[in-house]
Write a protein that binds this ligand. Sequence first.
Ligand SMILES: *[C@@H]1O[C@H](CO)[C@@H](O)[C@H](O)[C@H]1NC(C)=O
Length: 222
Amino acid sequence: MKSNRLQFLPSAIMASKFPFLLLVLLSVSLCATFQISMAGDPDILTDFIAPPFSFGPLDGNFFTFTGTREALVKAAFPKTFKVTKAAMAEFPALNGQSVSYAVLQFPKGTVNPPHTHPRASELLFVLIGCLEVGFVDTTNKLFTQRLQTGDIFVFPKGLVHFQFNGDSKNPALALSAFGSANAGTVSIPNSVFNTSISDQVLALSFKTDVATIKKIKYGLSG
Ligand SMILES: *[C@@H]1O[C@H](CO)[C@@H](O)[C@H](O)[C@H]1NC(C)=O
């Protein structure tokens, strides 16, 4: 849609002899492009999306999520990297609100492997410890940063990114906000090596042999 509009515009500019029409076309096009780039989840036409009748009385409880309290207050700090999501699936009141959270717990030396969120950018806030983070843009340029407690980093929408607690002694805790109630996660290791894509396809794609592919698959199979 966006590219059609952009292709259409230069020919309109060349063909048109009417500056006013041109100005209108240009501003309509700019507004539309701006709107597209600002878009989050589709807007709902109600204040919120109420739960089914079977949920019981609609009160503050519907708008409250306590799964993160369990993770942060009640449970012991995990031994492996752990994500506790507060997105639409766990917290139905977020449906239509264009926001969600994830609590990220990194024991010493653990990684959140490369992944993407197809539907949202991510704003990561380091609450405890330090994190090495990075993302790769669509030209394969890598952007990295060493974040300290209190720092915030943004991972642009849809780009491959990771976080790593390189500290050999201390854990790290971060809170990520997403501009979608259902940002979605595509894990690169899992989607490529822990599905049923054939060994042959992967060996050719990664310019290696089937034995190497099998070894990587075995490591992820759990
Ligand atoms: C790989 O897939 C299996 C089966 O779906 C799953 O149990 C396992 O946790 C996955 N591995 C990783 C590293 O997530």
